[in-house]
Design a protein around this ligand. Structure first.
Ligand SMILES: Cc1ncc(C[n+]2csc(CCOP(=O)(O)OP(=O)(O)O)c2C)c(N)n1
Length: 286
């Protein structure tokens, strides 16, 4: 397969993740569309190409790990894992129901393939750092990937984890910083500015930093991961310039953190995602 064909396959996968994520959230009626859509392309690159894992053996010791420190992106993770065969993706159409295996925030004890439990912002990156150190101490040759939100990066705990990871030279840890410029209450710049920016901060903490100009472009994300793999000493922060709600035009426009939609509104955005999938996969003219 050529690189061009692989990239196209990943674009299709990202569109499938978006569609399934929306169906999962729609089953509940409300949820974090914006923060799920901004990470769909990176999840597609990870689970479509980069990561080693076994859907039939989610706890395989040699696997790569993926931690959603911004745990409210759970539905995007459930769509990805379901599409890759960890379970039937339709099982996740029980989002947040009583006794469901698919809570709104990712929970290792409930969902096959979810590597760590997250949801209290700031904690997931600390858990990921521990996993990376633990895997290294066991001589496991793998990577731990972790998603951190730009709003989440207001949490002091993120920077304790960053300092620790640099000190222990955890080059098996790759953090994706979902720099979508928005958090729950509005623009990150207005709520709590990151000063010179998240790239400068991770650099100051001793990480290798890779800036991705379009964090919703699978090829740029894929190239960034390959560059990250060449780093021998430092943990790596891939700072993704993303769009909150990417692919859902109404949410892109509003920047909404959590969306409560009525039946008609759900139909409109699910149709948009289905149309996008058809267009990208080339089915619309078939
Ligand atoms: C410690 C903690 N405080 C508050 C929340 C509630 N909360 C959930 S998501 C969110 C905003 C996070 O913003 P960001 O990390 O930028 O996420 P994104 O915009 O990518 O969805 C907040 C405040 C939480 N989950 N944990």
């Amino acid at each position: 397969m050529t690189k061009e064909e692989k990239i196209h396959e990943l674009e299709v996968f990202a569109a499938q993740i978006r569609l399934e994520t929306l169906k999962i959230i729609a089953s509940r009626g409300n949820g974090h569309i914006g923060g799920c859509m901004s990470i769909a392309d990176t999840l597609a690159v990870l689970y479509g190409e980069v990561m080693k894992y076994d859907p039939k053996n989610p706890l395989w010791k040699q696997r790569d790990w993926c931690v959603l420190s911004k745990g409210h992106g759970g539905p995007a993770m459930y769509a990805t894992l379901g599409l890759k065969g960890f379970y039937d993706v339709k099982e996740a159409y029980t989002l947040n129901d009583f006794k469901t295996s698919f809570p709104s925030h990712t929970d290792h004890t409930k969902t096959p393939g979810v590597d760590l439990t997250t949801g209290s912002l700031g904690q997931g990156i600390s858990e990921a750092v521990g996993a990376a150190l633990g895997n290294r101490l066991q001589n496991i040759n793998s990577h731990v990937f972790v998603f951190v939100g730009d709003g989440e990066a207001d949490e002091g705990q993120v920077w304790e984890a960053a300092q620790f990871a640099a000190h222990y030279k955890l080059n098996n840890l790759i953090a994706f910083i979902d720099d979508n410029k928005r958090q729950l209450d509005g623009a990150c710049e207005d709520v709590m500015s990151h000063g010179k920016g998240l790239s400068a901060k991770f650099d100051a903490f001793g990480w290798k930093v890779i800036d991705v100009k379009d964090g919703n472009d699978v090829e740029q994300i894929y190239d960034a991961v390959n560059e990250a793999y060449t780093e021998k000493e430092r943990p790596i922060a891939i700072v993704l310039d993303t769009k909150k709600g990417k692919g859902v035009s109404s949410v892109e426009k509003s920047g909404a953190h959590s969306s409560h939609l009525n039946k008609e509104e759900w139909e409109v955005i699910i149709k948009e995602a289905q149309d996008n999938l058809n267009r990208i996969s080339g089915k619309e003219n078939a």
